[in-house]
Design a protein around this ligand. Structure first.
Ligand SMILES: Cc1ncc(C[n+]2csc(CCOP(=O)(O)OP(=O)(O)O)c2C)c(N)n1
Ligand SMILES: [Mg+2]
Length: 298
């Protein structure tokens, strides 16, 4: 790992991090994830500022989930991005693309310098992730409600191949209002797709309003259990809690796993945290500076 370079680097520098597995010990894993998450958020907010677009609130709520997956959980490697036995990760809430690109760069799947091209003409880094442009993007997403159905098919394919590979899908909570998700939840439960994991970024906000005031999901865990899923609730900003939740997959029950990751939109930045306006507001230079100060460097 080269993450310690973050300390003295200029504000927009992003180190490339390796994967640190459980064999390194819990303390080393958690230190690695904390450092990577900080570096990713620092780079991401500057990316969105420079591009003049993005969804920084939902990017910061999902950062710890994506970092824990790419830097610790997933059996994936930039040296073999097309390995048929790799784990699959689908970011269904595709509007958080800049967070995904920043994590992919931090893990070595795309160049750190390429991040500067985000949403520029002819860039591969579209406002929503495109499978046809970036090999490490497992599914094109953006229209909400598609990632989980694709993930169910991906998990079925893995089972038909007799493969131990796992499929992870990261969903927004507002996204769960799309009916397609509930067909997919039902199918996965009925088929007992134990190597399928759905992570819900439960930040309680959607675009312009609270989820509960729009079309409430509760009792979400009970609903998922009724559809045949194992449900784990975790603090989605606590890397240790996420590591433990992922380590419990596949569940002994043989059911697919839903991790309800309790998060805050804009976490951990003071002016952004739990503020619905930060769904897709663009940070000014001053906003960026405050965020960098709050995120710190070590
Ligand atoms: C089918 C569809 N409808 C509407 C949108 C526009 N849209 C983009 S993000 C968003 C809110 C999503 O809320 P949530 O899933 O909770 O995401 P998060 O809070 O994590 O940003 C909406 C309505 C979309 N991308 N796709
Ligand atoms: Mg949300």
């Amino acid at each position: 790992m080269t993450g310690s370079a973050a300390t003295a680097a200029p504000a927009d520098a992003l180190p490339v991090f390796g994967r640190v597995g459980a064999e390194a010990g819990r303390e080393a894993v958690l230190a690695h994830l904390a450092e990577a998450a900080r570096a990713v958020r620092r780079r991401d907010i500057q990316l969105v500022h420079e591009a003049g677009q993005g969804h920084i609130g939902g990017e910061f709520s999902v950062t710890d989930i994506l970092v824990t997956l790419y830097m610790h959980v997933l059996n994936v490697s930039p040296e073999r991005p097309d390995d048929p036995e790799r784990d699959r990760l689908i970011l269904s809430k595709g509007h958080a693309a800049a967070a995904l690109y920043t994590v992919l760069a931090a893990r070595g799947f795309i160049g750190v310098d390429e991040l500067r091209s985000f949403v520029q003409p002819l860039s591969r880094l579209n406002g929503h992730p495109a499978r046809t442009k970036i090999e490490a993007v497992e599914a094109s997403t953006g229209p909400l409600g598609h990632g989980l159905p694709i993930a169910v098919g991906t998990a079925v394919a893995g089972r038909m191949d007799g493969s131990p590979r796992r499929t992870f899908v990261v969903l927004g909570d507002g996204e769960l209002q799309e009916g397609s998700n509930w067909e997919a939840l039902m199918t996965a439960g009925n088929r007992r797709l134990d190597r399928l994991v759905a992570v819900v970024d439960r930040n309680r906000l959607q675009q312009g309003a609270r989820v509960a005031d729009t079309n409430d999901l509760e009792p979400l865990a009970d609903k998922a259990r009724a559809f045949g899923w194992e449900v784990v609730e975790a603090d989605g900003h606590d890397h240790g809690a996420l590591v433990d939740a992922f380590a419990a997959v596949p569940a002994a029950s043989g059911r697919p796993t839903m991790i309800v990751a309790h998060t805050d939109k804009g976490y951990p930045v003071s002016y952004m945290r739990d503020q619905v306006s930060w769904h897709h507001k663009v940070p000014t230079a001053q906003h960026v500076q405050i965020a960098l100060d709050e995120l710190g460097t070590t």
